[in-house]
Design a protein around this ligand. Structure first.
Ligand code: PLP
Length: 357
């Protein structure tokens, strides 16, 4: 039965939107989703599996995963009541939208940015205010402040480092936006480890702020779907009401607790990815007609003079999958490549050189 059935009445805005989608041809070098190129070490996987095997799978996980919340809270020097755990950070972003956005309620985002925010706004029929980034793809803080201070704005979303540009917003600017904003301000820090700057310290003075984090990028566990948010306990309490009960399964909760002990491994991997990012950026800048943007994340956005479609498809032919982001506002002629292992990065650079050469 299709949506043409007169008895089915989807929201008009939903029918008009394409939803979140991804072109995913099978390529040996996969640099299109900003994942970590290194898997969780096998010994660690076995430990997590062994602990999962020792549990009764017939029972629900804890109603409130207190031990994991406490561990995350200790990690960040906040109260456990400030922490919510999600089935990926996307789920907590969704819960925040559901608790604040609706018809006649304003949402402010800087564009181009992660497509989920606009999609959530569409589904919830909010009033989206898109603030373009500056020409150099830095955040236009003055315009964000003036949009966020409008009394009907209930949510402002800052993604820092921003996907897909890699731009970072300064802590002074985040604080100024949070100060001026008339509603909640999410700082999506999915890529924070690669930029090394966090807005967590601003929470104490700005109770309208929410920081979201994920295990999908630097922690290399995208397949486990683990994310969390940190907010003032009063804010976390309201968002918790929207979150589905038992949203994170037993296995992912065990993995979260265990992966939090792997700080040294994460640091080592992040530092390799950062140095590879700088190497890839420098090599891109040497290619004719290619202009990379400075990135504080685990990916690099670059503009090309050649055809985006032909370059993207040419790379696929060579077994390298990156992301075509040329349909985003301000990003015509742009592609985004995730930083992989050194040899994956070499394969990408060689393939790009061949395709555009
Ligand atoms: C900016 C940003 N936030 C959140 C996410 C989703 O993270 P998770 O896997 O924790 O749902 C992504 C994934 O690409 C992202 O780019």
């Amino acid at each position: 039965m299709g949506s043409q059935d007169p008895n089915i009445s989807f929201k008009a805005a939903l029918l008009e939107t394409h939803g979140y989608s991804l072109v995913q041809p099978d390529c040996p070098v996969k640099l299109n989703q900003n994942e970590c190129p290194f898997d969780v070490p096998e010994a660690l996987k076995r430990e997590i599996l062994d602990e999962t095997l020792s549990r009764n799978w017939g029972r629900y996980p804890d109603f409130v995963p207190t031990d994991v919340k406490e561990k995350l809270a200790r990690h960040h020097g906040v109260m456990p009541e400030s922490v919510l755990i999600g089935n990926g950070s996307n789920e907590l972003i969704q819960a925040t939208f559901m608790s604040t956005v609706g018809p006649g309620r304003g949402v402010v985002i800087a564009v181009p940015t992660f497509s989920l925010y606009a999609l959530m706004n569409t589904v919830l029929e909010g009033d989206l205010r898109q603030v373009p980034m500056r020409e150099d793809l830095s955040f236009d803080t003055e315009s964000l402040i003036s949009a966020a201070r409008s009394p009907d704005v209930k949510l402002t979303v800052l993604c820092s480092p921003n996907n897909p540009t890699g731009s970072l917003i300064s802590l002074t600017d985040v604080a100024a936006i949070a100060e001026a904003a008339s509603g909640l301000v999410i700082v999506d820090e999915a890529y924070f480890e690669f930029g090394g700057q966090t807005s967590l310290g601003l929470l104490a003075d700005h109770s309208n702020m929410i920081i979201t984090r994920t295990f999908s990028k630097a922690l290399g566990a995208a397949g486990l779907r683990i994310g969390y948010l940190v907010a003032h306990p009063d804010v976390a309490k309201e968002i918790e009401k929207v979150k589905l009960p038992y949203n994170v399964n037993m296995f992912s909760l065990i993995a979260t607790r265990r992966l939090l002990d792997e700080g040294a491994l994460v640091d080592e991997r992040v530092s390799l990815i950062r140095s590879e990012r700088d190497r890839v950026t420098a090599r891109l800048a040497e290619l004719p007609g290619v202009t990379p943007y400075t990135s504080s994340a685990n990916f690099v956005l670059f503009r090309i003079e050649q055809s985006v479609e032909a370059t993207f498809q040419g790379l696929i032919t060579q077994g390298v999958l990156i992301r075509d982001v040329s349909h985003y506002p301000l990003l015509d002629q742009c592609l985004r490549v995730t930083i992989g292992t050194p040899s994956e990065n070499d394969t990408f650079l060689q393939a790009l050189n061949d395709v555009i050469g």
